[in-house]
Design a protein. Structure first.
Length: 261
């Protein structure tokens, strides 16, 4: 999608709000030949769909080789997972060199559009990146951030926020603390008509060297546009359902023989 001169940069590796489902999936898969896209059916916004199936997003993860496991091995893995959860152990969802995505979409069936996109990357072994270098690259792409927060323990949060008219939100704006996005593919997003597009970056350092990045997460969400699109989708689905019911009544009035009394 071409970028208009002077407009803010709001894509994550080419994926940005407003893209069609097909364009978004193609862009994600082209970013890494090992990625596999799958529709996400377990999360999304609660809307009245009137029986229609709406694709509210998709995941993209690195394809894994299929490994045959015995029942005993499966049970042992389940026990290890349960013990790790009980001990609040840190679990790695990405191996070195892997990436994962979640792209949120909304629209009537066949016209779903991107509301949000988030990507998480773990650098490959031997390809470490410094937090400073990644922050510099982010600013080089997205410009000066509207917020920069050292979240403690070496973690860095960076935000680029815009109002519904595409204007940069400054510190004096009442929207400064309200328009916050989400960089983590596993996190939900908030929508409000008061905000525009928000880009967020979350840099997590290595435990043994806080100057190096262990995970880099970048996300974008159209808070105002997404809010409007959900409302427009519900209205379109409601109108389609009303037309369906009206058509059924009309056909019944023409074709029915009448009751047997």
């Amino acid at each position: 999608m071409p970028h208009a001169a002077g407009a803010p940069v709001v894509d994550v590796v080419g994926v940005q709000p407003g893209m069609s489902w097909d364009d978004a999936t193609a862009t994600v898969m082209c970013s890494n030949p090992l990625l596999v896209v799958s529709p996400e059916n377990g999360r999304g916004f609660s809307i009245q769909s009137y029986g229609q199936k709406i694709r509210q997003g998709f995941n993209a993860t690195i394809a894994k080789p299929q490994v045959e496991r015995t029942g005993r091995q499966i049970m042992a893995e389940m026990q290890r997972d349960a013990m790790a959860r009980g001990m609040n152990a840190r679990r790695e969802d990405l191996q070195p060199g892997e990436v994962k995505w979640f792209v949120g979409t909304m629209g009537v069936p066949g016209d779903e559009r991107v509301l949000s996109a988030a990507r998480k990357e773990r650098p490959a072994d031997g390809q470490d990146m410094t937090v400073q270098a990644v922050e510099k690259a982010l600013i080089g792409k997205y410009g000066e951030p509207t917020q920069r927060q050292d979240a403690g323990d070496g973690r860095l949060l960076v935000t680029w926020a815009y109002d519904p008219l595409g204007r940069r939100i400054g510190e004096t704006s009442p929207l400064y603390r309200k328009c916050m996005g989400a960089a983590d593919p596993d996190a939900g997003v908030n929508l409000t008509p008061d905000c525009g597009i928000v880009v967020s970056a979350d840099l997590r350092p290595k435990r043994d060297n806080k100057a190096l990045v262990e995970y880099m997460m970048v996300g974008v969400v159209d808070m105002g546009g997404g809010y409007k699109r959900i409302a427009a989708t519900e209205q379109a689905l409601r109108q389609a359902d009303q037309q369906r019911r009206a058509g059924e009544v009309e056909r019944a009035s023409k074709n029915a023989k009448g009751p047997t009394l």
